[in-house]
Design a protein around this ligand. Structure first.
Ligand SMILES: Nc1ncnc2c1ncn2[C@@H]1O[C@H](COP(=O)(O)OP(=O)(O)OP(=O)(O)O)[C@@H](O)[C@H]1O
Ligand SMILES: [Mg+2]
Length: 302
């Protein structure tokens, strides 16, 4: 089994992310999920075979569930249709890991929903004195004493800037409205919270806590639509429900095994990352398959 970590096609490449490659097809884009994996924000030299297929198919599964809440950008993820569209540029390695989407004008914020307090928001909460007193972060009031990974009193929409490089920054709703316009910001918030709530219920039934997630929206012919990937472990925090304990970091369903391994090494968490051994790769691969099966009830097409 080999991991697909690079893909070059005879098509113009619009962007190469940590995991995905985006090719320009004119009015459309080809999004390709590779098997690359990052930990501590560093892309590892070797990938996890089939990870890109699993995440691509998970995202597609979710897109199909929210049609009543938001339109989405997918035009086709059918491999023979993609092969036909791409003609001589098609490559067998695209199979199962690609989608052709409508090219949109991206809305320049990240739409984040959070039901639990962790990551960057927890850091800001502590820095603001949340351990001792009620605090207001980005215009949102939070009660004192919420522990790390504690449940928030209610699900929050916490938009962030969309940095091309480096880290996105949390911003207030009003700041988001200044960037994208109030009407669009309100539409993003409404769709984000509605989709998130439904996804939380589906994950709960699968024994998974969906702690938070990030959506991206775009505008196509005046309509707000969901773009990018949705509700994958790369854009969301999935925690195993049975091991949940507030007050400490939670195991991540997908990457914990890699992180734990990396912590045993004398590695300073800057690029280049160390080669992952076969057993870590195999275990991580089976975790991605497990997440897919638990959420969708079926096996990914590998
Ligand atoms: N329909 C669309 N129209 C226009 N842009 C899109 C569309 N769908 C996705 N994109 C953009 O494609 C890019 C996907 O690449 P991105 O850099 O996020 O890859 P990634 O592998 O997820 O990397 P990272 O971990 O850095 O997020 C994003 O900038 C996203 O905004
Ligand atoms: Mg991304």
């Amino acid at each position: 089994m080999t991991a697909v970590t690079t893909i070059d096609l005879s098509l113009p490449k619009m962007r190469s992310g940590k995991v995905r490659e985006v090719f320009d097809l004119g009015d459309l884009l080809l999004l390709v999920a590779t098997d690359r994996v990052s930990a501590f924000d560093v892309v590892m030299p070797n990938g996890i075979p089939d990870k890109g297929k699993i995440l691509n198919q998970l995202s597609l599964h979710w897109f199909g569930l929210f049609g009543d809440l938001s339109s989405h950008h997918v035009v086709t993820a059918d491999d023979s249709e993609i092969a036909t569209q791409l003609g001589a540029a098609y490559d067998e390695r695209l199979r199962g890991r690609s989608m052709i989407v409508a090219k949109c004008q991206p809305v320049l914020i990240e739409s984040v929903a959070r039901a639990y307090l962790s990551g960057s928001l927890y850091k800001e909460y502590l820095a603001a004195g949340g351990a001792e007193r009620d605090v207001t972060l980005h215009g949102i009031g939070l009660p004192a004493g919420v522990p790390l990974c504690g449940k928030l009193p209610k699900t929050m929409f916490t938009p962030a800037t969309k940095a091309q490089e480096g880290h996105d920054e949390n911003i207030s709703f009003d700041h988001a409205a200044q960037i994208v316009g109030r009407e669009i910001a309100e539409q993003c918030r409404e769709a984000t919270l509605a989709i998130f709530e439904r996804a939380v219920g589906i994950c709960h039934n699968a024994g998974i806590i969906l702690a938070d997630t990030k959506f991206e929206f775009g505008i196509r012919t005046g309509e707000l639509i969901l773009i990018d990937e949705i509700l994958t472990p790369d854009s969301s925090r999935f925690w195993p429900q049975d091991a949940y304990r507030p007050g400490r970091a939670q195991d991540s369903l997908d990457k914990q095994f890699i992180r734990d391994y990396l912590e045993t090494l004398d590695w300073d968490k800057t690029a280049p990352g160390p080669e992952l051994p076969d057993n870590i790769v195999a275990e991580t691969r089976s975790r991605y398959i497990d997440i897919f099966r638990r959420i969708t009830g079926s096996h990914p097409n590998l």
